[in-house]
Design a protein around this ligand. Structure first.
Ligand code: NAD
Length: 329
């Protein structure tokens, strides 16, 4: 089967968009046509760096490409995405998909009508430390997640729930295949006019409970996830790309690869706790997600995070946010 390369452009080449340009310039199945940014000096600089072309308007870039990455501040996603979809172009939108649910729903409807792909940049799904869990039977009953960051000006156009917590909401929804039953949440503004710290407790219909804390008032970055289920406990450090798995197994089971085996006795049952540290392959998650986008446009793969999944994560994030605002009013 002969598959044509995909002509691609990038809208917004700030902190993250420059990396989209870098990766598209070397993804084999993509032809980087150019980029557009309202900051023309920045656009020129990034275009020169990656031997690409800075377009003077979004419209002039749109007519030349099959697909685009939208890497502008979240507040602009909906307006820009709508233009791209109406022009029949496939889009990769950085997270969160949009600022409001109504905007996301409108984009999804338009995309369905135009038969185009919307993919959302929930990059943590590709974190190799999470990906290795595919080798285990994961059915968590309790999940604890922490995502803490030192304050930065970037991202403060949106509350911490949409900036940071939404990554973990997306991970949770991908791990727990059950509808959300109840949400409790609280938080506060510390440094900005919007929420800087948020804590949510989510109960799923299958009984799983998750506790998520997100903050942009921290000395150091922390990105940790702990999963607890019958006879299994996992910790993931997304920054260190380290996953550790502890399982309780029968004494008769052989686990020669386990790093440690410790006796575990309970009510006359004699078992073992085995400790694994699965090997994590070094990968570039952004490059993988953009490759997946290009291959999805070519019809060879499915988007790792679809527009609907981006919308669903936003839905829960907005519910949490509204609950916190009511709680602190
Ligand atoms: P940034 O402020 O560094 O860059 C945004 C760029 O968009 C700027 O260069 C700005 O001039 C340009 N821009 C603004 N309005 C525009 C418009 N109408 N048309 C064209 N260009 C425009 O922001 P950033 O940190 O790169 O974030 C961009 C997006 O990526 C945000 O939605 C953010 O939430 C998301 N993001 C995702 C992750 C992740 O982990 N997936 C990490 C960081 C940022």
């Amino acid at each position: 089967m002969v598959v044509n390369p995909i002509k691609v452009g990038v809208i917004g080449v700030g902190h993250l968009g420059q990396h989209h340009v870098k990766h598209f310039s070397c993804i084999k199945e993509a032809v980087l046509i150019g980029l557009f940014d309202i900051d023309t000096a920045r656009a020129k600089k990034i275009a020169e760096k990656y031997n690409s072309c800075a377009f003077s308007s979004l419209e002039s870039l749109l007519v030349q490409v099959d697909a685009l990455s939208i890497v502008t501040p979240t507040i602009n996603h909906a307006k820009i995405a709508e233009k791209c979809i109406n022009a029949g172009k496939h889009i990769f939108i950085e997270k969160p998909i949009t600022k409001t649910l109504a905007e996301a729903d409108k984009l999804l409807k338009l995309a369905q009508k135009q038969r185009i792909i919307i993919q959302v940049g929930h990059i943590e799904r590709l974190n190799p430390a999470l990906q290795v869990l595919k080798d285990y039977q994961i059915h968590p009953k309790f999940v604890e997640i922490q995502r803490l960051s030192p304050y930065k000006t970037r991202g403060t156009d949106i509350p911490v729930v949409l900036d940071l917590m939404i990554h973990d909401i997306d991970i949770l929804l991908s791990l727990i295949k059950s509808p959300v039953k109840t949400i409790r949440a609280t938080g506060m503004s510390i440094l900005t006019d919007s929420l800087d710290i948020a804590h949510a407790r989510i109960r799923f219909e299958n009984g799983t409970v998750a506790s998520i804390i997100s903050s942009r008032v921290a000395k150091n970055k922390v990105r940790k996830l702990k999963l607890f289920q019958k006879d299994l406990y996992t910790t993931i450090d997304f920054l260190l790309e380290l996953t550790e798995v502890y399982r309780i197994v029968d004494k008769s089971e052989k686990h020669p690869q386990a790093l440690e085996t410790i006796p575990f006795d309970y009510k006359n049952h004699h078992k073992y706790i085995i400790y694994d540290k699965p090997i994590i392959k070094e990968t570039d998650a952004l490059k993988m997600e953009l490759e997946n986008f290009i291959r999805s446009v070519q019809g060879l793969e499915r988007p790792i995070v679809t527009g609907i999944e981006g919308r669903n994560a936003l839905d829960i994030a907005l519910q949490i946010q509204e609950m916190i605002i009511k709680d602190i009013d």
